[in-house]
Every structure is written in structure tokens, then in C-alpha cells.
Design a protein around this ligand. Structure first.
Ligand code: IMP
Ligand code: MG
Length: 190
């Protein structure tokens, strides 16, 4: 079995293919460029899942901008986020007085992002908005205003294009639904 097949064997269905991802990311980049034109823009990526989206999105933004990353961890390795978040790596830069756009891979319950926003808000940025590639509205436990959303998806566990299951499958070039057998394992881990 080739390594590509080993990866794709974990997927039961391709939810968003490469072309659809890139075309939507192009639209988001254009929208963000218009909204922030003439302002100083700092993109803040949440490691590790948002790295792939960040790299593509940033190249579709045609105004000057900077990038920084944060790593956070919710306790528990599985699907459900506990909302208890630890900062594993903080930003290198100060965000005081800056226009900050947080770039996330997916908003599920919203608990992780809600914690992160409170933390960043306390540092007094000039503005603070969110751009999420994916959102699962049916799973939301806390109300979060997301200014830019790539795709609304159903309540299914997805992998690929940065999204992992137990740290694997981030390198799939598309967003796919994980196979039921693996999803069952993911439930056990959470
Ligand atoms: P939240 O705090 O429930 O919104 O969880 C957000 C985090 O959970 C994301 O940043 C992902 O790391 C992870 N997550 C939520 N849903 C999925 C999924 O379908 N696939 C992979 N990771 C997910
Ligand atoms: Mg994860």
C-alpha cells in the first residue's frame, strides 16, 4: 500500500476538495485585504492546525501584514474540548494597539477560542477579529463572533489540511470525514 493510500484510507468522504478550499481562501484573502487596507494587520495563527490555512490565506492577502503564532492546548487529547486551555507558546510580539486577526482551523464548541480571545483582549489590541476556515455551528456551546468563515460543516469529525486525529493526517491536501472506526477511537480519547 502506498503512503498516500494509507492516509486516504482514514477518510470516508472528501468534504472539501483542494480546489474548493483554494477558491474560498482566495475570496477570504480579497475580503480581508479590502477591510484592512491602510491599517496595520497582524495575523495570529493558532498552532498547529492553522498553519496550512495561514500559509495559503496570507499569500492571498495583498496588503502588508505580519504573522505570529501561539500554541495552546486543551486538556484531553480527543474530540471534545474541555475549555480549559494552557498557553504552550505565547506570541513573540506585543499586540497592543494593533489590528489583530486570529486565524483558526476550526471552531467547534468555541471554548478554546473564547478563552484565547479573553486573553488577547486583555493585551489591548486596536481591534480583534477571527477568521476560521471551518465552523460546526451545531456544536457551539458559547457564542463567538467570527468575522470571516470559510465553510460551515456538519457535526462530523474531519481531518486533513491541518486538522488532525491524534496528530496525524494534517498533511492530507483536502478536508475529509474520518472513517467511523477511527471516529470511535477519537470518542474514547476525549
Ligand atoms: P473548541 O474549543 O471545541 O472550539 O475546539 C477547537 C479545537 O478542537 C480545534 O482547534 C481543533 O484542534 C479541535 N477540533 C474540533 N473539531 C475538530 C475536527 O472535526 N477535526 C479535528 N480537530 C477538531
Ligand atoms: Mg487538534
Amino acid at each position: 500500500m502506498s503512503s498516500v493510500n494509507e492516509l486516504t484510507a482514514a477518510v470516508s468522504e472528501i468534504l472539501i476538495d483542494e480546489e474548493t478550499l483554494q477558491s474560498r481562501i482566495g475570496e477570504l484573502g480579497a475580503e480581508i485585504s479590502e477591510d484592512y487596507r491602510g491599517r496595520d494587520l497582524l495575523l495570529v495563527g493558532v498552532l498547529k492546525g492553522a498553519v496550512f490555512f495561514m500559509a495559503d490565506l496570507m499569500r492571498r492577502i495583498d496588503i502588508p501584514c505580519e504573522v505570529d503564532f501561539m500554541a495552546i492546548s486543551s486538556y484531553g487529547a480527543g474530540i471534545d474540548s474541555s475549555g480549559v486551555v494552557r498557553i504552550l507558546k505565547d506570541l513573540d510580539m506585543s499586540i497592543e494597539g494593533r489590528n489583530v486577526l486570529v486565524v483558526e482551523d476550526i471552531i467547534d464548541s468555541g471554548l478554546t477560542l473564547s478563552y484565547l480571545l479573553r486573553n488577547l483582549e486583555a493585551r489591548e489590541p486596536a481591534s480583534l477579529e477571527i477568521c476560521a476556515l471551518l465552523t460546526k455551528p451545531s456544536r457551539r456551546e458559547i457564542d463567538i463572533h467570527c468575522r470571516y468563515t470559510g465553510f460551515e460543516i456538519p457535526n462530523k469529525f474531519v481531518i486533513g489540511y491541518g486538522l488532525d486525529f491524534a496528530e496525524r493526517y494534517r498533511n492530507l491536501p483536502f478536508v475529509g470525514v474520518i472513517r467511523d472506526e477511527l471516529a470511535a477511537q477519537a470518542e474514547e480519547l476525549s
